[in-house]
Design a binder for this molecule. Structure first.
Ligand code: SF4
Length: 349
């Protein structure tokens, strides 16, 4: 298919089908940046209430920069991939310190901002500043791989390179922002991952995957590593009624910066003093009188958390590193979706 025919059809489709989204009504650089970070690995429907919340709580880059990381994490709570929130906060500080609060307007400068990679830099540069950079995200990869019949694995360098070259070649430079939004919207609404409605697609006649009945096979991806199984034992304990021991998670694992109840990780689903963690010996002894409350299976992108939650009596000296918090305080702490669910099910918050 010729690139001008493709662009014309795509822009026509977009004009008739685009969703009315708040950052499209007011495409300020701050709004575009915020929406792009929130929508990484997140569907529009899920991200929309978070966008509204962030715009209300942090209406500009200065307010975001002056907030605490804890406030930002709390506003992000439930959206997952929390490094995005930490980077958003760091980025706001970087933009205020280095660019006097003005979001940089070139692809190269945008790439220096924490949390902004090639995709986000291209999206902001094109949508907010009308610069000619092609975006390549999951939607764009799927659309181009199907239309042009790319059989190579798109999660390997050779396949990705082909898609990137095509994306650059097809880019409508006169209005790169609208073009980029159009192709991403087309992937999200029309050329969906599963069973796209090809019979009503404006490209059906030209689409290689449709013509060769291989839509379900494209884009081809090489399977990721097997999911890691982890066994966590969460202890709901406190020094007095209405108070619970919690701590802030540190780096090197999921949910960095979020708070959690007492949590022991074992290499099995059974909590025994014979477990690997010698430092937990005292806790294990106290756990003799534990009561199992509930069992959860919580899936993350590359790991499955098998979680058992107990109530148990513990003394502060048995769990160094944890502090007791009142229920009112806990409600203001940023926690993972799993911890929120545990707290909710146990009637804590
Ligand atoms: S014909 Fe089907 S597979 Fe091809 S671009 Fe359209 S929706 Fe996607």
């Amino acid at each position: 298919m010729k690139s001008n025919g493709f662009v014309k059809t795509l822009l026509h489709w977009y004009a008739n089908h685009k969703r009315d989204l708040p950052w499209r009504q007011e495409p300020l650089p701050y709004n575009i940046w915020l929406s792009e970070i929130i929508l990484q690995q997140t569907q529009v429907k899920q991200g929309l209430p978070y966008y509204e919340r962030f715009i209300t709580l942090f209406p500009n880059v200065w307010v975001l920069a002056r907030s605490t990381e804890q406030q930002v994490l709390k506003a992000w709570q439930g959206l997952g991939y929390y490094s995005r929130a930490r980077n958003l906060h760091k980025a706001a500080q970087y933009i205020c310190n280095t660019h006097k609060g003005v979001i940089p307007n070139t692809y190269a400068q945008l790439l220096k901002v924490p949390g902004i990679g090639p995709y986000t830099a291209a999206a902001i540069a094109s949508i907010a500043f009308l610069k000619p950079h092609a975006v390549v995200d999951g939607n764009v990869i799927r659309v181009l791989a199907r239309l042009y019949g790319i059989r190579e694995a798109v999660n390997r360098p050779a396949g990705l390179k082909q898609v990137q070259a095509l994306a650059t070649q097809l880019l409508y430079k006169a209005d790169a922002g609208t073009y980029n939004q159009a192709i991403m919207e087309f992937g999200a609404l029309q050329c969906k991952p599963q069973s796209p409605p090809c019979s009503i697609c404006p490209f059906a006649e030209h689409c290689e995957a449709h013509r060769s009945h291989t839509v379900h096979l494209i884009p081809h991806k090489i399977k990721a590593k097997p999911v890691r199984q982890r066994h966590l034992h969460v202890l709901l304990a406190g020094p007095a009624k209405g108070r619970y021991f919690m701590r802030q998670r540190t780096s090197g694992d999921v949910w960095q910066g979020l708070y959690e109840f007492v949590c022991l990780e074992h290499n099995s689903a059974t909590l025994t003093p014979a477990g690997q963690h010698a430092s937990h010996k005292q806790v294990m002894q106290a756990c003799g009188k534990r009561k199992l409350l509930k069992v959860y299976t919580h899936k993350l992108s590359h790991q499955t958390l098998n979680v058992k939650v107990y109530t148990v009596a513990l003394q502060p000296e048995q769990i160094p590193g944890y502090k007791a918090y009142t229920i009112k305080q806990i409600k203001n702490l940023p926690v993972s979706q799993l911890t929120a669910q545990i707290g909710h099910d146990a009637g804590i918050f």
